[in-house]
Design a binder for this molecule. Structure first.
Ligand SMILES: Nc1ncnc2c1ncn2[C@@H]1O[C@H](COP(=O)(O)OP(=O)(O)OP(=O)(O)O)[C@@H](O)[C@H]1O
Ligand SMILES: Nc1ncnc2c1ncn2[C@@H]1O[C@H](COP(=O)(O)OP(=O)(O)OP(=O)(O)O)[C@@H](O)[C@H]1O
Ligand SMILES: [Mg+2]
Ligand SMILES: [Mg+2]
Lengths: 160, 168, 160, 168
């Protein structure tokens, strides 16, 4: 019970700190147990310091910075026990182009480290360009969805 | 055990039988707002045994049945099947005998859900256990819903801790 | 008390229904008081039917459709008592290009109907192109923000 | 009464005095993640009398003071001034005598906030009332924070009703 949670915490914390540095190109981050000495009852606070900025809780960061930090946590949990399938639904929405590129670099890295198959739902042109293949969902007939295979040029027209 | 195909029939806006082939690496899914992309993820979680309507954005489990469109009447059942390639024989025991594992879930109006695994009737629990043993399932932290990252960011510390419990 | 809330409800509901139709190019939407007969205690449910789709609560719509519907509500409230200043922080993030264009058309319409000054924070290239002027925020020095005036070409480099 | 300029000094990441000119029509604000765009909106709400730290993404009111950066020490005060053009004499009474209205708020570490209107000391309440009478203010529904639309969508019906109360 407690032992397993503490072990998981240590493992995830280490991965999280490393993934954060990787995604931000520097800086520091850590998970902290708060509000209780009992790990089964404690809360999870996230302390982070993007490069060149002051250490603060997650809440003081910008929208895009919070998203990148949360991604580092989600992937840290993922790496501790990789699932055979991973689906990410528009997680890149708050990111600027530079950070979307880092997100895609991270996905490539996950593909190298695991056998996981990824489904990435996105509106971002940069993300689309980094995929191995693309499927387009259309509603030619109102209210009725259809799936089509698309090449990158067609996808940009689909999303526009 | 690899996820290789998802087939939807009458599930939300996918009224006609639709196959999503899942290959290695990164597969992108694109399209305009409201065209059905998130419905695909919900279909995957649903066939793996999702049993909370709120997690499917609905009020009740029957909300996943195609409700009709401008030129189509409502359906009275929805079905999703998930095709798993098990040639590596890494599936959890009880399902590890075959090269392929086909999980089918069907919900019929006023009747409820029924599950099959390779043609044999099974309970929701068996399906949930299969995927849990394979480090996945409807509540896998690797299945990130639209807006879920924002929820994680805004969650109180105690609610956030639950993501760790998935890892433990 | 109750009278004023009911009057506001009627006015906002009418604007909301019209703005929804405008943003979706059709369809229907309505606000409904729920959970109590007392308007001071009731909740606000949003029923909507995008063109060609079935009527449902807001929760069954897609992310982008929910955003567009919420925008219709926010602007309906705004029109009932226009503020001299309106700031929208990345409200267009979940929208595809077609819907971002409709959002910008709505902003132009608001400019025609009111004297309100608008500040629109965005990462979307389509939105940037529709602004009367652009300011860029940069952090040349880590952790220190600066404001610069930009023309459209420079902005696209800034955001990338 | 028109909003014409916002000046920030030592407010969050805007350590150096920075002027945001607010002109007619649509002004876009762009830049990479974390560069300070949302801080501008918070400065506007703060000078209009925002008194809840959570609404400024902070734990306490002093969290808006520039906390330092790689090559800069922390400051011990933050100041934001808002310049209003009142040539149309449509400002609420008590502030309607002048062509211009300058509202300044300064917070000093361990001391607290102080407000001035056209050089004269005023209370937070006076500033809040001025803007409320002008159909705006820190809680104006026309000031939409990042993520606030998602909150509205996910809010329970009773919480959503409050947006209507702003209109009534
Ligand atoms: N039971 C149902 N029957 C028919 N249509 C449905 C049903 N449930 C949901 N829908 C429709 O599916 C659409 C939502 O699809 P989905 O959420 O997958 O869109 P999306 O592609 O993810 O869009 P976005 O980019 O905005 O997130 C809605 O327009 C809704 O009307
Ligand atoms: N008191 C403070 N002193 C110094 N820097 C601060 C202070 N408070 C916040 N910041 C910094 O301001 C930055 C946040 O800026 P802001 O939220 O305005 O970004 P943004 O441009 O809106 O980004 P995004 O596009 O990701 O939403 C954070 O990186 C944070 O470190
Ligand atoms: Mg979606
Ligand atoms: Mg921001």
């Amino acid at each position: 019970g407690r032992e397993r949670l503490l072990t998981a915490f240590e493992q995830v914390n280490t991965s999280f700190a490393m993934l954060f540095k990787h995604l931000f190109g520097g800086g520091e981050a850590n998970l902290v147990m708060v509000e209780s000495d009992d790990p089964l009852d404690a809360g999870l606070e996230i302390m982070c310091q993007p490069p060149g900025k002051k250490l603060s809780t997650l809440s003081l960061l910008s929208g895009g910075e919070q998203t990148l930090t949360a991604m580092a946590l989600i992937f840290a949990v993922f790496l501790s026990n990789p699932a055979p399938i991973c689906v990410l639904d528009e997680v890149d929405a708050p990111l600027d182009d530079a950070n979307v590129t880092r997100f895609c670099d991270l996905l490539d890295e996950m593909c190298r480290q695991t056998d996981t198959r990824f489904l990435i739902i996105t509106h971002h042109a940069v993300t689309m360009a980094r995929m191995d293949r693309l499927f387009g969902v259309t509603m030619q007939e109102q209210g009725v969805s259809q799936l089509v295979s698309v090449d990158l040029k067609k996808a940009e027209a689909l999303v526009a | 055990m690899r996820f290789s195909k998802l087939r939807l029939t009458g599930f939300k806006s996918f009224v006609d039988p639709t196959d999503l082939i899942i290959a290695d690496g990164l597969t992108g899914v694109v399209g305009p707002n409201g065209c059905g992309k998130s419905n695909l993820l919900e279909a995957l979680r649903w066939v793996m045994g999702e049993n909370r309507p709120k997690a499917m954005r609905g009020g009740g489990m029957e909300d996943v049945i195609f409700a009709g469109a401008a030129s189509r009447p409502a359906r009275n059942f929805a079905e999703v099947s998930l095709h798993l390639d098990n040639t590596d024989r890494l599936a959890p025991s009880g399902f590890n005998e075959a090269d392929n594992i086909d999980i089918i879930r069907r919900i019929t109006r006023d009747v409820g859900s029924a599950y099959k695994a390779n043609g044999k009737d099974v309970r929701a629990r068996d399906v949930q256990m299969l995927f849990a043993d394979a480090s996945t399932g409807a509540h896998s932290p690797a299945l990130v819903r639209q807006g879920q990252i924002a929820e994680l960011i805004n969650a109180k510390p105690k609610a956030r801790r639950r993501i760790l419990e998935e890892a433990a």
